[in-house]
Design a protein around this ligand. Structure first.
Ligand code: PSU
Ligand code: MN
Length: 307
């Protein structure tokens, strides 16, 4: 018998059935983006933040070949503790066929959230166009996933290890709308801003919910429906020191180049190099911005469910 396309936890199934607010959470940030043991504490913390807001968390991962939307305690522990592959959308059928487990990237999480009907998703930072992509073609499938699935992702912009300008250009080409949440500048993950201004700024979760309802109301012409990028800067005073950031970033890019890191290993390599080179400072900023994204996503999901 073919594997089920996905399995909902009882709690997520009930919330979707009754129209209660649900927020999707990715697992690659836990498996490949944060070091142990802080990753387990973070995974549990993100879920607890949502529950405190009356929102059901739907952490997404593939366990033993089965995509799971909503994990139990053991599932959360597994994504934090086990050595797992990093899965994008294209990996899902392979994992199903082999019965293998993997953490899902923003792309794969968006895909599974859309299949389940989860409209709002919180991550740390979205993937994007890597520096040098004009020759390496290294552009995250996160961007094309958002062009093809109606899921709003709350992100602290994209990391400054990427080519931020090229990432925004690709989002424009792919017709993925981008709004700044209480900001007019696209944030750059550890820093609350970047040199790139945004066309649209929103001030409240209700305004984002209204955009989602407007997307839902658009006539169905049979084409894939896009998602939404909600760019949510790390709160004032909680970001990284800019000079320190610039110094560590330059070292990380040089190290990745020297180590000839390629493909899906690039993002985890850079993240872990930066945690070490910053003596953990970048990690604390990463955790703060991710928690802030989870809180804002929870407020958006609540406003969406209520309107
Ligand atoms: N950015 C972060 N932390 C992360 C990631 C991105 O600050 O953990 C993860 C996300 O899961 C994202 C993925 O979807 O990296 C992008 O990887 P790639 O560049 O290989 O598409
Ligand atoms: Mn890549």
């Amino acid at each position: 018998m073919p594997a089920a396309p996905f399995v909902l936890s009882d709690e997520v199934a009930e919330a979707l059935r009754t129209g209660a607010p649900v927020v999707a959470l990715e697992s690659t940030i836990i498996s490949h983006g944060l070091p142990r043991p802080r990753n387990l504490e973070a995974a549990r913390g993100f879920e607890a933040l949502l529950r405190d807001l009356g929102v059901v968390p739907a952490t997404i991962a593939v366990l033993d070949g089965v995509p799971r939307i909503g994990l139990d305690d053991d599932g959360v522990r597994r994504i934090a503790d086990e050595e797992m592959a990093k899965a994008s959308i294209r990996d899902l059928p392979i994992l199903a066929a082999l019965g293998a487990s993997a953490a899902t990237t923003v792309a794969a999480t968006t895909h599974l959230a859309a299949l389940a009907g989860v409209r709002v998703f919180a991550t740390g930072g979205l993937g994007g166009v890597h520096r040098g992509a004009a020759t390496t073609f290294d552009e995250s499938a996160d961007l094309t996933a958002l062009a093809q699935h109606p899921v709003a992702v709350v992100t602290a912009g994209v990391k400054s290890v990427l080519d931020i300008g090229a990432t925004l250009e690709r989002l424009e080409t792919l017709s993925v709308p981008v709004v700044g949440f209480r900001t007019s500048a696209f944030p750059s993950f550890w820093l609350p801003s970047s040199p790139f201004d945004l066309d649209w700024r929103v001030e409240s979760p209700e305004e984002v919910a209204a955009i989602l309802h407007a997307q839902d109301a658009a006539p169905d012409d049979g084409r894939p429906r896009p998602g939404l990028v909600v760019a949510n800067p790390v709160p004032e005073g909680e970001g990284w020191d800019r000079a320190e950031h610039d110094r560590v970033l330059a070292k990380a890019l040089a190290a990745a180049d020297a180590a000839k890191v390629r493909g899906k290993a690039v993002t985890p390599f850079l993240l872990s190099f930066i945690v070490t080179a910053s003596e953990g400072v970048s990690l604390e900023v990463n955790l703060r911005l991710a928690r802030n994204n989870v809180r804002v996503a929870g407020a958006i999901a609540s406003a969406y469910a209520a309107s």
